[in-house]
Design a protein around this ligand. Sequence first.
Ligand code: NAD
Length: 418
Amino acid sequence: MYELFKSPAFDNAVTQFERACENLALDDWLRERLKAPQRTLIVNCPVRMDKGNIKVFTGYRVQHNLTLGPGKGGIRYHPDVDMGEVAALAMGMSWKCGLAELPFGGAKGGVSVDPLSLSLNELERLTRRYTAEILPIIGPNKDIPAPDMGTNPQIMAWMMDTYSMTEGYTIPEIVTGKPVIIGGSLGREEATGYGVAYIVDDALRHFEKIIQGKRVAIQGFGNVGTYTAQKLSDIGYTVVAVSDIYGGIYNPSGLPVQELLEIPRQKGQIQDLKEGDKITNADLLTIECDILIPAAIGRVITKENAHKLRCKMVVEAANGPTTTDADDILEERNIPVIPDVLANSGGLIVSYFEWVQGVQEYYWSKDRVISELQKRMHNGFNRVSNYAREKRVSLRMAALMLGIYQVAQAKQIRGLYP
Ligand code: NAD
């Protein structure tokens, strides 16, 4: 069965899962079941392009596990999207929901497309058709999509509208990460990046013996990268390097974060900023800094470059940025890695708040959202670091063990159907 999903991303996710299972006394059938997704849908979406021709785009929605509640997970638009990657990301969502103790299962979706190559109208037509194709398996109590790389609140609005029009009434809780005017949560846009920043700050205190500086390098300057940079800069960190898909800039004395935030993300490439040296995405990973934050694509820290990293800590804002081989090298080198399931869980947590607000039709203030997010991020870090100390395992292992155990226990108690 695993052959269906075979890909570097899925193999990495399974290796991490199996390593965690060695430390948890899980029944064999549970391991077997949790190693592959519960349900996978592949769709082909014909889209009329502006020039009149029709292109077909392949998309996926994978529900890895629905034991704890409806599926939850973002929709990715990126040329590298394939079934294995979406399945790996869906598996990660199961553990992330378990670790955060949320009533959701793990899911993920994606379309193999370069969103920057489409006009706004083409993007809307693709989104509506993809939503229509996955409609049978999504729903506010079945599976709730959200933004991920290449998607944004506007795309969530089109998904919400397509679903609502088909059902015949307005259903804001079908997606999270939508604009506030149609039921989105205040603070959702900032949530993942702010959450990463809170975790960076907790981790710095935790590792104060090995890390004293506050110089940060961030790969990826989209939703997550920008809000991480903004919050870290607000609380006294120095952002020395950032990059987007086109490349990056570096200034060892610090970049002007406010100016960077003002560059339009779609058009202006950050290399247009004159106050730093141009670097490549590969350079960014190996520049000298205290905290390296991959916030773009997966598998960028590998066995080829893990020896060359010159940071003192890695905080995974992206999903799956470190391969298992690289993890081992970093552990040997005594460079702590704060794992994705913990570090970037702020978006999921505020998505949960958004869903709760939608279901209750009662909306919270931004202060409430941010302060509850902050509380949950701190609790998450404390739970993971205490468990790691108690079990003498890495932070990644501790986070995975806590997340997997939550799902496995629920599955065991619910028993088998039929
Ligand atoms: P985004 O589309 O808003 O931004 C992605 C950024 O990465 C852009 O700056 C883009 O130029 C850059 N990028 C794309 N391909 C690249 C490449 N090959 N090399 C270097 N940079 C590249 O996406 P996002 O929502 O900020 O998501 C970034 C990461 O964070 C993803 O791994 C995503 O799964 C993860 N994540 C996002 C959320 C969320 O709430 N958006 C939540 C949890 C995790």
